[in-house]
Design a protein around this ligand. Structure first.
Ligand code: NAG
Ligand code: NAG
Length: 356
């Protein structure tokens, strides 16, 4: 795909954030041409085998894999300190807060990234080593305080449980007397952020809070959606083109939605498809709130066309949105490839700095 290179992008972004809109359009033009080349290959994966998830007779699920976890560390020689704080013990929610050295050295207040991890709403934790390392490095590179939220998983707790946990987490953070949060966070500079399913949570929790006239949510500065997990009943060009993509095959994607959405609704539910009804009142609300939105995506991710569609629709509604799309790359690449993660931190830092 003849898109644009990251280094060019970075250069242009420095000179003008508006140029990003143009680049987004380039990508849209590109992805539209891809739709015409799509095939109708069936998905040939067993979704539960791929997910390594066992559906039990009694309706529960078993997750045989226990991915590695890391403890928080408050050793002052580290570049970034971290600690776990309970949010709501009756739900098992908590947050791991990361404090970069920049905050401790200068005693200056930093932006806050309230982060929701990926894992298809079904798997993983704020303690998972991949997210611990991601947040640690992000706090350091972006120079932001990060609060990585442990939310309830599906199918034990179907959506909107995770959105409710996310809204509760933001309230809890704002009211918290913990000295890092109290003294070192600039509360005029808060972003809800997530990758994959976490991007979906950041988006829906933001809108859910805002629609409920929740002032704490309405006052956030914006959303940072990294490869956000969205879908819909109609297949996009990239979903059809990448139907058996090893990192996120289409039938795996569909199975995740079946296990996550409220029982009885389809993928055109607003939790899943943000473009349904042309975005409707939800995108208009983001426009009115004046939030800034960063959406990142990768050309090799089956979800990319839906993400591009969302950016396009937001632009049409007057939302202040920046799309950052790279060619190639797969879903979740920033969790396994440190160089890609580092590039992403640069994009986030530039986005946040341009707003201040
Ligand atoms: C459901 O079945 C699984 C696997 O057979 C078992 O481990 C679990 O305890 C059961 N849960 C309930 C609530 O019956
Ligand atoms: C914790 O969650 C429970 C169950 O949703 C709720 O009733 C309670 O108000 C929450 N506690 C706090 C301290 O927010």
């Amino acid at each position: 795909m003849p898109l644009f290179s990251f280094s060019h992008y970075k250069f242009f972004w420095r000179s003008s954030i508006a140029f990003a809109f143009f680049l987004t359009l380039l990508f849209i033009a590109n992805s539209l041409t891809l739709q015409t080349q799509s095939t109708s290959t069936p998905c040939n994966k067993d979704p539960y085998k791929q997910l390594n998830l066992i559906l039990n007779q009694n309706g529960t699920v078993t997750r045989p894999n226990k991915p590695p976890e890391s403890p928080p560390a408050a050793d002052p020689t580290l570049l970034v300190l971290s600690k776990d704080l309970p949010i709501n013990q009756s739900k098992g929610t908590w947050a791991r807060v990361y404090l970069p050295r920049a905050a401790r050295d200068h005693r200056s207040k930093l932006p806050l990234l309230v982060f929701f991890h990926g894992g298809g709403f079904i798997f993983l934790s704020a303690a998972s080593t991949i997210f611990h390392e991601f947040c640690f490095n992000m706090a350091n590179d972006v120079a932001a305080v990060v609060a990585s939220v442990e939310y309830r998983l599906t199918p034990e707790h179907r959506l909107p449980a995770a959105y409710d946990d996310a809204v509760e987490a933001l309230h809890w953070i704002k009211a918290n007397q913990d000295d890092w949060l109290r003294n070192l966070v600039d509360y005029s500079n808060v972003f809800l952020m997530g990758s994959s399913a976490g991007g979906n949570i950041a988006y829906n929790a933001g809108l859910r809070g805002a629609a409920a006239d929740d002032d704490e949510i309405r006052k956030i500065k914006g959303l940072i959606l990294v490869q956000p997990f969205f879908s819909g009943v109609r297949r996009t060009g990239s979903e059809r083109r990448l139907v058996n993509e090893p990192h996120l095959a289409l039938c795996v994607n569909d199975a995740i939605w079946e296990l996550s959405l409220p029982v009885g609704v389809d993928r055109d539910h607003e939790y899943c498809n943000p473009t349904v009804g042309k975005g409707g009142a939800r995108l208009e609300m983001i426009e009115r709130l004046g939030w800034w939105v960063l959406v990142t995506g990768s050309g090799g991710d089956p979800l990319v066309d839906r993400q591009v569609e969302l950016v396009k629709l937001m632009e049409k509604k007057g939302v202040r949105v920046v799309g950052h799309f790279t060619p190639g790359d797969y879903h979740g690449i920033q969790d396994t490839d440190p160089l890609k993660a580092k590039e992403l931190y640069g994009v986030i830092k530039t986005f946040i700095s341009a707003l201040n």
